[in-house]
Design a protein around this ligand. Structure first.
Ligand SMILES: [Zn+2]
Length: 502
């Protein structure tokens, strides 16, 4: 074992150099004769040319007579559309769709080849749907993120470091008491619960300032916390009070980190807005007592008006619900792009009765699939659509974030889920321009990445996507990708598919 490690380490630098050369982007690429669609210039779309040098955009010409720069590789975009690389600001890379969390912690030996293939394909699947930047909101397994960043082809990845659950609250409550503090070591201490917190954890290491500092030191760009009283079998979970949130807010501001809160109920979003969070990480589909009333109650619209006014970033994450209802939709696993984003063995497993285990947890006794679908559609999906329609009409600061995967569901697959979320957003009332901005500049601004990303402008990173159709004419344009550039390196879409011959 020791010998192997030494040999491997000795080989590593050579291998790394060889791979670097193979992966190098061309020095100069000129994408010409293309319709340039960039969020800062949506008023007048023009044909033009974009010159890329060493991974950056060095010029953007919106004239037809521009001359070919010396020594450039020419890519004709005639009849096609060039957009900035897409950004999904809510993913969980370590969680495997369709699998129990404990499986991903290595307890199912027979699944490990399938899991390995899944993780190899993961970065490529995001690129397959044009996602060149991701933000992971809660690091539970650093190794997964490290591997992702070391993959030969991968989107840029930022993260919020280890998240800040309230002691014994959501989501650490899902893990058995003996494991939850190890999985969520950056929890916020609660003196009232001292008897339910292992003694090796000291209160002063778990005050908001210490927890935020830990995120900052790990290189995180955001802080993720939660307000969730629970659902299904877990209700009445402990939640933080306004004083704790205020302390997290102060520390995040001082550290220059965006503050994100998991909140999907009226109560939770009210708490989040009052506490001045930067981003609400879910749509509001739980209305509590207000659910009994028809339409969108004024208590909710008043809160949404504040979301608009304070420019709170709002991730609708409608696919959280879409991903659950997928188990009752006989067409879902037949979606034509599923074999492009997950390995064939995994799809076969999803189609087996064992692979549908999660359906049993979601199903209501005696209800037919069609009735379950209807329940989702007329219940939480209807409510979140009403909320999102209201926000869209007021041009709120909507951010594309999918929460992939939000549960152990096969209804949230990497890359594809962003495309499905866009369809959900359109159904909920966003215009195509709003969807486009949500997936580009709005995300870039909210996470302070806009000096490098989010538009096609001189000086920015050459993360670009070439489409056959215009995303301002139909949402399926996002499934008409020809080429994706990551730091100036062109990758054909076909070569990114899980079933490609590579
Ligand atoms: Zn999430």
């Amino acid at each position: 074992m020791k010998i192997f490690a030494v040999t491997f380490a000795a080989l590593l630098p050579v291998a790394a150099i060889a791979q670097d050369t193979a992966n190098q982007a061309p020095d100069r690429t000129w994408i010409t004769d293309v319709n340039i669609i960039s969020p800062e210039k949506l008023g007048h779309i023009e044909k033009g040319s974009v010159l890329i040098e060493r991974g950056r955009i060095v010029s953007v010409e919106r004239r037809n007579e521009a001359k070919k720069p010396v020594g450039a590789t020419v890519v004709s975009g005639e009849g096609q559309f060039l957009i900035p690389g897409l950004i999904d600001s809510h993913v969980h890379l370590a969680s495997i769709p369709g699998m129990r969390p404990e499986v991903s912690f290595g307890q199912a030996e027979d699944k490990s080849p399938m899991i390995k293939q899944y993780f190899q394909q993961l970065p490529r699947s995001y690129l397959y749907f044009g996602y060149t930047t991701l933000i992971d909101l809660a690091v539970v397994d650093q190794r997964v993120l490290d591997d992702f960043r070391e993959a030969p082809l991968h989107p840029d990845l930022s993260d919020c470091g280890q998240s800040l659950p309230f002691a014994n609250g959501y989501p650490m409550s899902f893990a058995p008491p003996a494991m939850r503090f190890k999985l969520f070591p950056n929890f916020i201490y609660d003196l009232k619960q001292a008897s339910n917190i292992p003694s090796e954890y000291k209160p002063h290491d778990h005050i908001p300032a210490a927890a935020v500092a830990k995120v900052k030191n790990s290189g995180g760009i955001c802080v993720k916390t939660y307000f969730e009283r629970g659902f299904a079998g877990d209700r009445n979970l402990p939640v933080m009070g306004p004083d704790v949130l205020a302390a997290i807010r102060r520390a995040a501001t001082q550290a220059g980190l965006a503050l994100m809160m998991h909140a999907n109920s009226f109560e939770a979003q009210k708490f989040a807005v009052a506490g001045d969070v930067d981003v609400i990480a879910h749509g509001m589909w739980n209305w509590g007592d207000l659910e009994k009333r028809p339409g969108l109650p004024p208590e909710i619209t008043r809160l949404l008006d504040r979301v608009v006014q304070k420019k709170v970033g709002y991730q609708a994450t409608i696919q959280v619900l879409g991903g659950l209802s997928a188990y009752f939709d006989p067409e879902y696993l037949k979606t034509k792009s599923i074999p492009k984003v997950i390995p064939a063995d995994m799809l076969e497993w999803f189609n087996s009765s064992e692979g549908k285990w999660f359906k049993k947890e979601l199903a209501v006794d005696g209800e037919a699939d069609a009735a379950m679908l209807e329940k989702f559609d007329q219940g939480p999906l209807r409510r979140v659509r009403e909320v999102v329609a209201y926000l869209a009409a007021k041009d709120a600061n909507l951010l594309l974030g999918t929460d992939t995967p939000s549960a152990p569901t096969y209804g949230n697959l990497p890359g594809l889920n962003g495309y499905l979320e866009m369809q959900q957003l359109q159904k909920a009332g966003l215009s195509l321009k709003q969807i486009f901005r949500a997936a580009t500049i709005n995300n870039a601004r909210e996470f302070r990445l806009d000096s490098q990303l989010g538009t096609i402008e001189r000086g920015k990173t050459a993360n670009l996507v070439l489409l056959k159709k215009s995303p301002l004419e139909s949402v399926d344009a996002y499934d008409s990708i020809v080429t994706v550039w990551v730091h100036g390196r062109p990758i054909s879409r076909d070569s990114l598919a899980a079933n490609s011959s590579k």
